[in-house]
Design a protein around this ligand. Structure first.
Ligand SMILES: [Zn+2]
Length: 243
């Protein structure tokens, strides 16, 4: 059950990843009262802003500023208020010990039950794979008593879920969790429309949400599921009963 006691941390490698791949789910968590923290590691200025670079006289600072505005607008569509921008360079994104500790600190502060981020394999996007490992490492370290960071205490292991990559089959993606987003699909659509730098993706992810909706209906028998998002999970489901 999603409620005010649920903490969800979303870690997005680039500006819009969280919207294409998890926007409906994020909006659903917000709608049901969860505490949603959004962390944007980079603006995707070098690797995921091609349309903006076609403009004459374009600068890195201007691309970042445009993307910053788009992210804020999209987050507002989804209802997310807690956003941090870390402004790492993308393509390639480099992770060192200092950056791992920074994320451990963040995880210990947010105390997420669930972390939504990139899955381990993405055939065409090395940054997504880097971030997947980065989040996994920091999440595991956040539970360890020996990893001492001032002002923090250890947290329980968060359940980590991976976004569906852009090229699903080529990245060996297989849905392990499918979430119905019918009630928040309009919010996702509004958020997708905030990203003028990647107009070609809006139709693509609309189609994908419908396709996953079809899978959601087939796997569950619930006819009212129209739109869905698919994820992988990093750890097995653990509980007292089958769900
Ligand atoms: Zn990305």
């Amino acid at each position: 059950m999603i409620d005010k006691n649920t903490n969800l941390l979303v870690v997005s490698a680039h500006a819009a990843d969280f919207v294409w791949r998890g926007g409906g789910t994020i909006a659903k968590y917000v709608k049901h009262g969860a505490n949603v923290s959004l962390l944007i590691l980079s603006y995707g200025a070098r690797g995921e802003s091609n349309a903006l670079w076609n403009m004459e006289g374009q600068t890195l600072e201007n691309v970042k500023s445009t993307r910053h505005g788009e992210i804020e607008a999209a987050a507002e569509c989804l209802g997310v208020k807690d956003i941090e921008f870390w402004d790492y360079q993308d393509y390639h994104m480099e992770i060192n010990n200092e950056r791992v500790e920074r994320l451990v600190h963040k995880i210990r502060k947010v105390k997420p039950h669930h972390i939504l981020t990139h899955g381990p394999k993405d055939a065409f996007n090395p940054d997504h794979e880097t971030v997947s490992k980065y989040v996994f490492d920091a999440s595991v370290l956040s539970t360890s008593n020996g990893v001492k960071l001032e002002g923090t205490t250890t947290v329980k292991q968060a359940q980590i879920f991976g976004f569906e990559p852009h090229q699903s089959e080529i990245s060996d993606f297989k849905p392990e969790v499918i979430l119905d987003i019918t009630e928040t699909y309009e919010r996702k659509e509004a958020a997708m429309n905030c990203f003028k730098a990647q107009p070609h993706l809006i139709d693509y992810y609309g189609w994908k949400a419908k396709m996953r909706g079809n899978h959601a209906r087939r796997c569950s028998g619930e006819k009212e599921y129209k739109y869905a998002e698919a994820f992988t999970r990093f750890f097995p489901y653990v509980g007292g009963e089958f769900i």
